[in-house]
Design a protein around this ligand. Structure first.
Ligand code: ITT
Length: 202
């Protein structure tokens, strides 16, 4: 694929294949093709050194646009656990270390919440989705409330999904179908707001 944009094509500036899959599912009916970073020659990722989801999302989207010339969206998301005063939050992917796996992050979360009773295990996923080109610089936020279980349940999804129990679904995100998760998830909510703009631009 060339570095210049084709019409009705948007870049999702993420290296996370699980996020990219969900972004493609959620924006399926907008008529836009969603390219991923793997469709382009690699460029050094901007370091996620902002201390806010918004700062990181804008940084990733601006860099994607600068490198490709395509209308670019970028997602920065995290899990905020009330008992941990909002941690891991913006550090969710690096919670257990710079190169931590999903499994290691979930293990650490369960360890930090050992013995904490259910009513104190409230949490939320938050997603900030930024959209950038030379004419647009906008962002949307989506939130999904839940409770952190004390053991994993379910095989679907990714990241913290097996321990995130959603009262809206009556199950964990990892027990839910992709359609159900996307309907109530932080990412689904942020992207549905953004998709109105994509429909106008299509
Ligand atoms: P990019 O920066 O390349 O997009 P990343 O995985 O580093 O990928 P983030 O910095 O936004 O992305 O980190 C988000 C982390 O939060 C992610 O790695 C998961 O551990 C967790 N997370 C985000 N959305 C999630 C979801 O829908 N379900 C479960 N965990 C999620």
């Amino acid at each position: 694929m060339s570095l210049r944009s084709a019409s009705k094509q948007i870049l999702a500036a993420t290296r996370n294949v699980d996020k990219l899959r969900e972004i493609r599912q959620i924006l399926e009916d907008t008529g836009w093709r969603i390219a991923g970073l793997d469709d382009f020659p690699p460029y050094p990722e901007p370091s996620e050194d902002c201390d806010t989801l918004l700062g990181n999302a804008l940084q990733k989207a601006r860099e994607g646009y600068r490198r490709t010339g395509m209308l670019t969206l970028a997602d920065d998301s995290g899990l905020e656990v009330d008992y941990l005063n909002g941690r891991p939050g913006v550090r969710s992917s690096r919670y257990a270390g710079e190169k931590a796996t999903y499994e290691e992050n979930v293990d650490l979360l369960l360890k930090e919440l050992t013995g904490v009773p259910s009513p104190e295990r409230t949490a939320r996923f938050r997603c900030v989705m930024a959209l950038v080109n030379d004419k647009i610089e906008r962002y949307w936020e989506g939130v999904s409330e839940g409770i952190i279980l004390n053991e994993r349940r379910g095989q679907s999804g990714f990241g913290y999904d097996p321990v995130f129990w959603s009262p809206e679904l009556g199950r964990t995100f990892a027990e839910a179908s992709a359609v159900d998760k996307n309907r109530v998830s932080h990412r689904g909510r942020a992207l549905r707001s953004l998709s109105n703009i994509l429909r106008e631009l299509a």
